[in-house]
Write a protein that binds this ligand. Structure first.
Ligand SMILES: Cc1ncc(COP(=O)(O)O)c(C=O)c1O
Length: 339
């Protein structure tokens, strides 16, 4: 069955699989003291500048470690209501860190200084948890992408108010492909303090990376990683995947392809009367409302999620391996269902 459900329904890119096979020779030092991890670190530093690098098994783990580095138990994380850390991590950040999430409703998944400002009244009041980090997703859970100006504005606002910025970059490659700037320009140059760099949604078998740019957040990170059960003994098998991903801009080629497929899908479904696009299609996701009677038959042929049960808003997601033919077949079938 073809799938527009999620970019992690897709498989592993052949170059990534080959990298795992090539690393599968001889013995190597475990727990990240291996040559693959060293090489990956050098590669990340050649792209972003000085940083501390930790690999994790999954995005939830990367987010938990990042937020733990930024907060004490009486402090709070400010995020959009739709943020993965709030909506889809089973309370892991609050359980593992002991901090509070202060969630903000948004129309498009993006936070702004104006939306956050009212929460700052809590600062200095012993009865309230203290906002200490702004966590944003790039691209967002609604498929939108912060512009460089929006990101820089948010980071400046955070720093002026003695807060950090955490960027959940499960789909940072798709966002950067859209922005047309370098990874560094889209993150550390805007003022991001700490981020997760996604792998699984962009062709990896397993693995995400925590990149720590702010020196103040670096020292405790390896201990938090171990305590949160995210230190992989055979670390080389994650590192080798990231080396393959970063080399020859594989990350960018895959993300650009996924974004182009989403644009094609958007352009084609927009021509069908009865289809309403609900979010700006900035990255690799298309959000839409279609006539209710067509949802179930469409789902029998293609997997995808009903994002919002109340409004029946749907999410269609494209991956690095989505083909034009699959998009056009999907569009053709959807057309045939709408009457
Ligand atoms: C925005 C975002 N962050 C993080 C994750 C990573 O989650 P997981 O722990 O399943 O790898 C996801 C996965 O859907 C996501 O969409």
């Amino acid at each position: 069955m073809k799938s527009f459900a999620s970019d992690n329904y897709s498989g592993i890119h052949p170059d990534i699989l080959n990298a795992i096979i090539s690393a599968n020779a001889d013995h190597e030092i475990s727990y990240g003291d291996d040559i693959y991890t060293q090489q990956a670190h050098q590669l990340f530093e050649s792209i972003f500048g000085d940083l501390t690098l930790l690999f994790t098994f999954n995005g939830t783990g990367a987010n938990v470690i990042s937020l733990k580095c930024c907060t004490l138990p009486f402090q709070a994380v400010v995020c959009a209501e739709t943020a993965h850390i709030n909506a889809d991590e089973c309370g892991a950040p609050t359980q593992a860190i002991g901090c509070t999430l202060l969630t903000i409703p948004t129309s498009n998944g993006k936070l702004t200084p104006e939306l956050i400002q009212p929460l700052l009244k809590r600062i200095g009041n012993v009865h309230n948890t203290q906002p200490k980090v702004i966590s944003i997703s790039q691209s967002t859970e609604l498929g939108t992408v912060y512009t460089i100006d929006e990101l820089t504005g948010l980071c400046n606002f955070a720093h002026e108010n003695d807060m950090y910025v955490h960027l959940d970059g499960a789909r940072i490659s798709n966002a950067v492909a859209k922005l047309g700037v370098s990874l560094k320009e889209a993150t550390v140059d805007c003022g991001v303090d700490i981020m997760s760099f996604g792998g699984t949604k962009n062709g990896l078998l397993i693995g995400e990376a925590v990149l720590i740019f702010n020196d103040k957040l670096k020292a405790n990170a390896p201990y938090f990683q171990k305590q949160s059960a995210q230190l992989f003994s055979k670390n080389r098998f994650v590192a080798t995947q990231f080396i393959a991903l970063l080399n020859n801009d594989l990350w960018l080629r895959m993300a650009t392809h996924a974004n182009c497929m989403a644009q094609l899908l958007y352009n084609e479904v927009s021509k069908i009367s009865g289809v309403t696009i609900t979010q700006s299609v900035d990255a690799n996701a298309v959000f839409a409302i279609i006539p209710a009677h067509s949802i179930e038959p469409l789902q029998q042929r293609y997997r995808f999620y009903v994002w919002d049960e109340k409004t029946t808003e749907l999410r269609w997601m494209c991956s690095f391996d989505t083909t034009e033919e699959e998009v056009m077949d999907f569009v053709g079938y959807l057309k045939s269902l709408i009457y």
